[in-house]
Write a protein that binds this ligand. Structure first.
Ligand SMILES: *Cc1c(COP(=O)(O)O)cnc(C)c1O
Ligand SMILES: [Zn+2]
Length: 469
């Protein structure tokens, strides 16, 4: 969809990420790339002409206005930090009411001090993943430009989130593209239940994304994938809430799983802006954790020294890498389906985030992911496998001595446990057949934290015996 509608938004505009281009476009324009050079777009603001509070504490005043939707939303409570939309256009369902939790049990597992490990529990969003933070913003922009239909390709959570906003607002028809057989049932059930037209493409996520981009370019459909720069504006609020949870202090580390790299990119942007605005005096370090079976960022950054280079990152290196990947027909493969992505669309933005935050990238095996996920759940925070990558990553960075035991670490739990119950059950069941099917192909051969059900006869004495009473 390409259209221009007259909106008076002179303080916010879309800007090409590449400093050598730097082209700007009105926020009333619908585009997913720079019209001049094809690069990624950022939403930027003329902060001097906008009201910006002089301290982050100012936002606490909104807590007393929780009966107003835009003060209750954990995204729009920070509207002053993503001022691209007039209030009457905002599409919100009270997303982002997600707390930061201190978790001594998980701290012990990763080897940091008992009070130093925090979980930002984004599974508590309306559709059960952090995606709602971004989808409220993209849906708002879709409304601003008068879109009638929204679309996305998805490993599952994006479609669930898009579908919920289309369903609840009644403003858009909604179509989601998913790869065949690659979507966790919890997520697929949501898209169907919220009424999205669901296309199962014979291909994987990378294929589905390529197709949806083509279709949206040729037809009046508003594209909501993470190439959509407005989504990332909403996702910045996850970091505002992390700091809120720490009494507006900046942690030492932010740890996040990396899939399409929208989240990590938005975090870098959030901290860069807060620093520029003088609202923080220090920027945390960022750790992006790939699954070993979908480690494009990790390989490019750590083995091939790809970096932001002030906006002049090595495009040839990236092109060659993808060329080899295609020639060898290499496909992403991990149990953490939400990050099973080999061509992260926000790669270059994530390089900027790594530069802003002095960041690191690591990859972790599926065995490490499912064990970490089980440990998080055992301490009361149910999350899906992709989120488990954060804790597996912290463990690795602790072992390397890059994260210190005294560092304060905030991990983003990106999606809820109930998104992928199949895998959880396979882990705990101890049923060799089920486990083998689900877990072995991914290289998971042990389940040290399994909590298997005990089968007993329908007999009180047998039950008492099984309970060891
Ligand atoms: C989308 C998603 C991710 C990956 O986030 P990106 O912004 O694409 O890097 C990780 N975990 C969950 C649960 C997700 O839904
Ligand atoms: Zn450009």
């Amino acid at each position: 969809m390409t259209a221009t509608v007259p909106i008076r938004t002179s303080e916010a505009f879309q800007k090409c990420l590449s400093p050598s281009c730097g082209a700007t476009f009105d926020v009333g324009e619908v585009r997913t790339s720079c019209g001049d050079c094809g690069g990624l777009l950022d939403i930027t603001y003329d902060w001097r002409r906008l009201f910006v509070p002089d301290s982050l504490r100012w936002f606490e005043a909104k807590w007393s206005r929780r009966n107003e939707l835009l003060a209750r939303s954990g995204v729009w409570r920070f509207h002053e930090l993503l001022p691209f939309a007039p209030p009457e256009k905002i599409v919100s369902i009270g997303e982002g009411q997600t707390p930061l939790h201190s978790t001594p049990g998980v701290a012990r597992y990763v080897g940091v001090g008992p009070d130093n490990l925090y979980l930002q529990y984004e599974g508590m969003n309306p559709s059960g993943s952090f995606k709602d933070n971004g989808m409220t913003a993209a849906s708002t922009h879709a409304r601003m430009v008068g879109a009638k239909m929204t679309a996305c390709a998805s490993t599952g959570n994006t479609s669930a989130s898009l579908a919920i906003y289309a369903g609840v607002s009644g403003l858009f028809q909604c179509v989601v593209f998913v790869g065949s057989g690659k979507i966790a049932y919890g997520k697929l059930s949501q898209a169907l239940d919220y009424g999205a037209k669901t296309l199962q493409i014979r291909g994987d996520f990378d294929d589905a994304l390529a197709r949806v981009r083509e279709v949206c370019e040729q037809h009046p459909i508003y594209l909501c994938n993470s190439v959509n720069p407005f989504r990332l504006e909403g996702q910045k609020s996850i970091m505002y809430r992390v700091m809120e949870g720490l009494g507006w202090q900046v942690p030492d580390w932010i740890v996040v799983p990396g899939g399409n790299l929208g989240n990590s990119s938005s975090f870098g942007k959030a901290f860069q802006e807060l620093h520029q605005l003088g609202l923080i005096d220090r920027i945390p370090r960022l750790a992006i954790i790939n699954a070993a079976g979908a480690d494009t960022l990790e390989v490019l950054v750590n083995n091939q020294s790809l970096n932001w280079n002030d906006g002049r990152s090595d495009a040839d290196l990236i092109r060659d890498f993808y060329g080899t990947m295609d020639a060898e027909n290499r496909r992403a493969h991990t149990l953490a389906s939400a990050i099973e992505i080999n061509r992260p669309v926000n790669l270059v933005k994530a390089l900027r985030a790594l530069s802003v935050c002095n960041g690191v990238v690591r990859s972790v095996s599926d065995q490490e992911i499912v064990d970490a996920r089980a440990q998080i759940a055992a301490h009361g925070f149910g999350c899906e496998p992709a989120s488990g990558a954060t804790i597996a990553g912290v463990r690795q960075l602790r072992e390397e001595g890059i994260i210190a035991a005294s560092d304060r670490v905030a991990c983003v739990l990106t999606g809820h446990q109930l998104k992928d119950p199949d895998l959880t059950v396979a882990y705990h069941m101890g049923d060799p057949k089920r486990q083998a099917e689900k877990l072995h192909p991914a290289g998971v051969h042990s389940t040290p934290f399994a909590n298997s059900p005990v089968v007993v006869d329908n007999d009180t004495n047998a039950i008492v015996k099984a309970l060891g009473l």
